[in-house]
Write a protein that binds this ligand. Structure first.
Ligand SMILES: Cc1cc2nc3c(=O)[nH]c(=O)nc-3n(C[C@H](O)[C@H](O)[C@H](O)COP(=O)(O)OP(=O)(O)OC[C@H]3O[C@@H](n4cnc5c(N)ncnc54)[C@H](O)[C@@H]3O)c2cc1C
Length: 399
């Protein structure tokens, strides 16, 4: 079946795809633009399964795309939510060190945050106790601009704007092949063929596979890092006011198990970071033999495990033992008890791993011929979705 021909086709209705499709509509108002999504609704994967935090850009290497686009993303997300009447709450984040090693790292992190133009407030221990009486540590800083939102809601709103601006959205449409041999790009989906002048792929956990589908060489792979959350019961929903984060290991792109007030007034605990054996299946025991085989045959996967054996062992322990998970939280919030950890959702981070085992630290985009790919867009890509969309459009429209 012929599903039509478009100037631009975008694959993936997570927040990055929805923002990119809308940005294309705004910049090329006469163009015919299509957004396809394999699920029956937007935001079913990373976008709908995250912490809902609008990051400030404190953690990222100065000059990196993450540092730059996250800072812009905070402002753009705030303005968009204000314009659309979507919930946006600036709660502020406390980063709490609980030993001398973390205290030294916290100092480095605070310097990095300042270099990135992020407001950082040093807190005395008296300040810490008066701001958060249930939180304990030996040093802390406050990032007052950190906010919370509902990214599924934002993605849904971007999609509505896209359709209102003349774009076409096709849910339940899976891209299964790409033929770009004859001067135009033909997308093969399970529902039929789509023609387009330029293809934009925002495929999240499938991004590496779609690049290969297009016949392009790609020596990196997505490794899905599962993040498991718990939710605190209502009686504990005021245990903290700020977002409370530990000091992360600077060698890894994960932020550690944190306490996050959510926009629905609950508080989540998590996420940890363990390798998942199925890219887009979310139960604890999910296993996809094709996903597993592909990962097991990739040397970069084994090399990445060899680089971080202790961290991996600790993360597996946090998945296997609720008591061990709790210990990570009690280091800075002793008030949380075992009976407070109520089951909640899990999400999978699409993390690019290089053949040498290095976890890609920055956002990665790739353009070739009439195709543009978002290859690595883990956290803070939800915060940064609007500036990422701008970058994508510049790449597309300059070709
Ligand atoms: C546990 C966790 C916590 C996080 N916390 C935060 C946070 O607090 N703040 C923050 O900024 N970021 C956070 N992130 C990261 C953030 O959620 C992601 O960076 C962001 O959602 C990426 O959006 P995306 O649109 O690229 O990917 P996704 O939301 O995964 O969307 C990709 C879409 O592509 C579709 N797709 C894939 N293949 C095909 C195909 N063949 N055909 C058609 N459609 C296809 C998928 O179905 C999916 O809908 C977190 C992520 C996780 C997992």
């Amino acid at each position: 079946m012929d599903l039509g021909t478009y100037d631009y086709a975008v694959v993936g209705a997570g927040i990055v795809g929805a923002a990119s499709a809308l940005e294309l509509c705004r910049r090329a108002p006469k163009a015919r633009i299509l957004l396809i999504e394999k699920e029956d609704a937007p935001a079913r994967h990373q976008t709908g399964r995250n912490s809902g935090v609008v990051h400030t850009g404190a953690y990222y290497k100065p000059g990196s795309k993450k540092a730059q686009l996250c800072r812009e993303g905070l402002l753009r997300t705030k303005h968009y939510c204000e314009a659309k009447g979507l919930k946006f709450e600036t709660r502020g984040k406390l980063l709490v060190a609980t030993n001398d090693q973390e205290k030294a790292r916290l100092g480095n992190l605070a310097n990095r945050a300042s270099q990135n133009g992020v407001t950082v407030q040093d807190l005395s221990l008296t300040d810490l106790t008066s701001l958060e009486p249930n939180v304990a540590g030996c040093a802390a800083v406050r990032l007052p601009d950190t906010a919370i939102v509902d990214y599924s809601q934002i993605a849904g709103s971007l999609l509505e704007d896209f359709v209102a601006n003349g774009g076409t959205f096709l849910p339940s449409t899976t891209l299964i092949g790409i033929d770009s041999r004859h001067g135009k790009t033909a997308l093969i989906t399970q529902r039929g063929m789509i023609g387009c002048e330029h293809l934009v792929v925002c495929g999240g956990l499938q991004s590496d596979r779609i690049i290969r589908m297009a016949g392009l060489a790609c020596d990196v792979k997505v490794v899905p890092f599962r993040g498991e959350y718990y939710r605190l019961p209502e009686r504990k929903s005021k245990v903290v006011k700020h977002l409370i984060y530990p000091v992360p290991d600077p060698k890894l792109p994960f932020l550690g198990i944190h306490l996050t007030p959510m926009i629905d007034c609950s508080i989540t605990v998590g996420p940890n970071a363990i390798i998942s054996l199925a890219r887009e299946k979310y139960s604890k025991v999910s296993f996809n033999s094709a996903d597993f085989r592909e990962m097991a045959l990739f040397a970069g996967f084994w090399r990445s495990l060899a680089k971080h054996p202790c961290t991996i062992a600790n993360e597996i322990r946090s998945a296997a033992s609720k008591r061990y998970y709790l210990k990570q939280v009690q280091k800075y919030c002793p008030k949380v008890e075992l009976r407070d950890l109520c089951q909640y959702v899990a999400g999978h981070r699409a993390q690019i791993v290089h053949p040498d085992g290095r976890l890609e630290d920055d956002f990665l985009f790739r353009s070739q011929d009439r195709m543009t790919f978002v290859l690595n867009a883990p956290s803070p890509a939800a915060t940064s979705a609007m500036p990422i969309a701008q970058e994508i459009c510049e790449r597309v429209l300059s070709r």
